[in-house]
Design a protein around this ligand. Structure first.
Ligand code: FO1
Length: 317
């Protein structure tokens, strides 16, 4: 049997790493958001897939959470001298990932096959799969008009007011083959929704009909970890986006957002006072320390989440 972890980029990758320390490769499959993907400088860039891959490989840039540790920037400097766009920072080693992905995609390989090859080449044994091999593009609706995600997130620094999101392509997208096989064989015993931005990083995944339908099966426990602690997001624009969407940033709001798919929600001790309100939504809460800094934090939270999902890992290994 297998645990399905659903994640976006930096924040969710921390829990995915913790899960990978406790579950062997055949017991964990990690489905990653592809809504942030875009073609830049002619290269196909998949930020969340790369962040998960680099994090599980232990090679991610610890300061930013994305890109490769100790990467170099000569190509960016040379590009700047040529007047090229350098707003999206691509380190030299990171560029190799995008070059090889672009080459393989152009040769007709599906994204999940390319991702499996890249992850294996980085020494990652766990299965990292794009949520879908079909293109899904997150478009941000703002007063400036509809913006491609990375333009909003990086080039404009999340400044434009968010009025809504579109996940173009999601409705016609199918779960990645490896994921669909797990669904068809009834192999998934629990789903963990990692603490990524629910509105931007998890939503494009749940927008895929085959995945949304699976998460709604009452017999499959779905446990999530709130990305909001004490009314704030640990990283990124989650709280700002929530306010702009007219939602008060809180773990209660996260519980409301997930109430039709999540059976249990981990909230931080800072939000203990919201337990009753969340329980009234029919979502059980587990109060824990959800801020993950060290690998011990990530592994402990992963263990607690698995236990709440009914997976007693001590019997596994
Ligand atoms: N985020 C930034 O804020 N600035 C960047 O220059 C940047 C470059 C970048 C390059 C590769 C990559 O995989 C991620 C990168 N990110 C950058 C982060 C990226 O925009 C976000 O990780 C996701 O798209 C949102 O989770």
């Amino acid at each position: 049997m297998t645990v399905l972890a659903i994640t976006g980029g930096v924040g969710g990758s921390k829990l995915a790493l913790g899960l990978s320390k406790l579950l062997s490769p055949d017991r964990l499959i990690i489905a990653v958001n592809t809504g942030d993907d875009f073609t830049h400088l002619g290269l196909r860039v998949c930020p969340d897939l790369d962040t998960v891959m680099y994090t599980l490989a232990g090679m991610e840039n610890p300061e930013t959470g994305w890109g490769v540790a100790c990467d170099t920037w000569e190509t960016m400097s040379a590009l700047e001298a040529l007047g090229g766009p350098t707003w999206f920072r691509l380190g030299n080693r990171d560029i190799a990932t995008h070059l090889e992905r672009t080459r393989r995609l152009a040769a007709g390989e599906p994204l999940s096959k390319v991702t499996a090859h890249l992850a294996r080449s980085c020494g990652v044994k766990h299965r990292i799969v794009p949520a879908s091999d079909q293109n899904i593009s997150t478009v941000v609706e703002t007063p400036l008009g509809q913006l491609p995600f990375q333009k909003y997130f990086v080039e404009l620094g999340c400044k434009p007011t968010v009025q809504g999101f579109q996940f173009v392509g999601a409705e016609n997208a199918r779960p990645a083959p490896a994921l669909q096989t797990c669904f068809d064989k009834g192999e998934i015993e629990a789903v963990i929704i990692c603490p990524s931005n629910p509105y931007v990083s998890i939503a494009p995944i749940i927008a895929i009909p085959g995945i949304r339908a699976f998460l709604r099966k009452p017999e499959v426990p779905v446990v999530s970890v709130s990305p909001i602690v004490g009314g704030k997001a640990l990283k990124g624009p989650t709280a700002k986006i929530m306010r702009e969407l007219g939602i008060q940033p809180s773990s209660l709001a996260i519980a409301e957002h997930y109430s039709d798919i999540v059976s249990k929600l981990f909230i931080d001790v800072a939000d203990e006072n919201q337990v009753e309100q969340i329980a009234s939504l029919g979502v059980e809460t587990t109060v824990s320390r959800t801020v993950m800094t060290t690998i011990a934090d990530k592994t402990r939270l992963a263990r607690d989440v698995l236990v709440q999902a009914g997976i007693n890992i001590d019997q596994i290994d």
